[in-house]
Design a protein. Sequence first.
Length: 366
Amino acid sequence: MTRKYWLDLFTGKTWEEFLKNGATVSGFRERRRSLAKKISPGDYLICYLTGITRFVGVLEVESECYDDTETRIWEDEVFPVRFKVKLLYQLNAKTAVPIHNLKDQLSFFKGIKPGKWQGFFRGSPAEFKEQDALIIMDAIRDAVKNPVEREYSERSYWRRPRAYESTVGTVTIPEEETEEVDIIKPQAEKVTHEEMQWLLLKLGSDLGLDVWVARNDRNKEYNGVSFQTLPRLRKELPTQFDEATNRTIELIDVLWLQKDAIVAAFEVEHTSAIYSGLLRMSDLISMQPNIRINLYIVAPDERREKVIAEVNRPTFARLNPPLPKICKFIPYSELKKEMETIGYRVSYMKPQFIDGISESCEPDEA
């Protein structure tokens, strides 16, 4: 019988709990039972850490799936659909293999828009293509023999918003935190909030759109150039909205407009609390439920997990439509790379191209 290879998602916390409890049992959620039944003894589970996007180990399946709700392995969830397993290869957070190191070899990254590769990693088990699995297995084995330590975010490794079933589906509850506790890596500190605003404003203007910058940021500049020098910067917002809506809209970091229609809204979250920007977006949706505006959070790559956790707060998941379905994440690296390479093509592009460098904020199932 041909061996199959399956994705097994872990957070830093669930991985540590798995190891602490002997590393002999792995489990999945009840709603993944139909897929779990396809796993057979001898198959391999490739373990992936969602918070830091690295492959951390390989397990060999030693049993058919069975139910166990009594033996507590994980603190936050039961994961009742279980397998006896043997730990074949084990790395740690520092020596684990970053998925982006393999992006030129894996099929997830080929022929798709940036950020869309994450779809495969939003629930487990999921069956790998054999070629992808063998590439990952080779990388893990090599990392065991020749470990290379890489720094990682402790916060991303340990932080896990808890998921609950509710009348609106699965929602996540972020842990309580101070107003702002993210640690931005040194290379991200070189990028400023104003630079990201400038790039978004210039991009929108180059696309032939009118642009708006938050009213309290109108006098700002980037690299010695005032925002107000942009040729398509609007001085006033459309008049079709009521005063309350306009008060909300005028503080959103960047808007793209086509005539009087807002086609995209961007909140740049450099080091400030993400929650306040999302409140402005949710207020807009609540006050104008019949309009459809593409919403984006633009933030350092290191804040990806925080952005997704905040977007999936129950107060936003209950909106109609739910904010996680219409609000996407744009990492700084993708926006900067696009602006460096777009060149003359921009005059032929439509505003919707921005979706190609954005990532879904819908929660994974890890």
